[in-house]
Design a protein around this ligand. Sequence first.
Ligand code: GLY
Ligand code: MN
Ligand code: MN
Length: 434
Amino acid sequence: MNETAYTNRRTKLLEMITEGVIILSSAPTKTRSNDTEYSYRQNSDFYYLTGFEEPNSLLILSKTKESTRTILYVEPHSDEYALWNGAVLGVTNAQQQFLVDEVHNIIEYPNHIKEILRDHIHLYFDFLDDSHHLKVAQNSAKELRETRGVKLHVRTFGDATYLVRTLRLTKSHEEIEAIRQAIELTALAHHEAMRVCKPSMREYELQAAMSYIFGVNGVKSEAYGAIVAGGNNANTLHYVRNNDTLRDGDLVLIDAACEWELYASDITRTFPVNGKFTEAQREVYNAVLDVQLRVIEAIKPNVKRDWLQKYSEELLCQALIDLGILNGQCDALLEAKAHKKYAPHGIGHWMGLDVHDPCPYTDDKGESLCFTTGMVMTIEPGVYLRIDDESIPLKYRGIGIRIEDDILVTDEGCENLSSVIAKSVEDIEGMCRG
Ligand code: GLY
Ligand code: MN
Ligand code: MN
């Protein structure tokens, strides 16, 4: 992403408010145990507006009727820190690199904040931000209120994340390219898993085969904890133990994907451990695939996201009836939410800097948003048939299937960004044969 892209985002953000101060913090570091930390991942909203990946930094945007101001606070260079951890960018370099109005040492921030907040009415921040920096700002706002001679003071708190995430909803060309790159590497990893899988392997061996592909291709992080679930384990939606043995005749569901330049991909494929679907597996698989293809086909600008959810539930319910898993009229079963027992989760979610991109799903009136060009959403129907559920025909028990792709809304309709990943029964069996 070039620097102008970040400047444009900050400008757009400031256009969303009439006046006020917006404060966004970098992500905190987190202790893993004793004196070691989890690997650092920048806060997505902060990153979206700065492209800056260091901790202990702060972005402040302010706007009055007359002018705007953007300030970045960063960790200063320290020889001692550089010796142990490598150099930070520092104030001078940050000043050259970032197109903000001012860059300062983070140490200066408490001395500046009162002056920044003075004569502003609105203060926008992330309500979940529990950083010391934000407390300093809130305390300064309180002090200004009690200070004689201050005519205007902060009296309204606003949710900065809502504003930023509204912007994040529509992806730029560069963002889509990063997502494409994440998907390209994820495709390699899923195909590798299909090729190397064989009965008696452990689930974690498949996970390791995928992680290796990510690692040697320069991936810094996976987008979420991988799910590698053989047989009935696939019926635990958030199965992450990944330590069971993969059995001959079972399916394996893999929901795993990587991040590229902090942009996520999110892909699920379900395939036979021994490379060949049984008849019963094929029936359920094709039913789920048919739902997925029909839902994707329905995505285009002006379609409401809520409608798509409803449509996918109708398709899934009818598929469950056709398989003989549900009995009755589709409308009545939908009304009773009977399908939820076997298809409990939503059809998909926004995806971007976060795998579950926290962008709004509704407008200011609470109405479902319509798709517009540049939005990216996963489509991931699933059917989960527990091995111990005696209400399910015997041949289907223990089958859990999800198929997940990442879809970009375009002017013409949509593009499946992950269409190269083997998905039809024939393509999967072909890939499994190597
Ligand atoms: N991998 C998480 C999800 O599919 O939503
Ligand atoms: Mn997903
Ligand atoms: Mn997923």
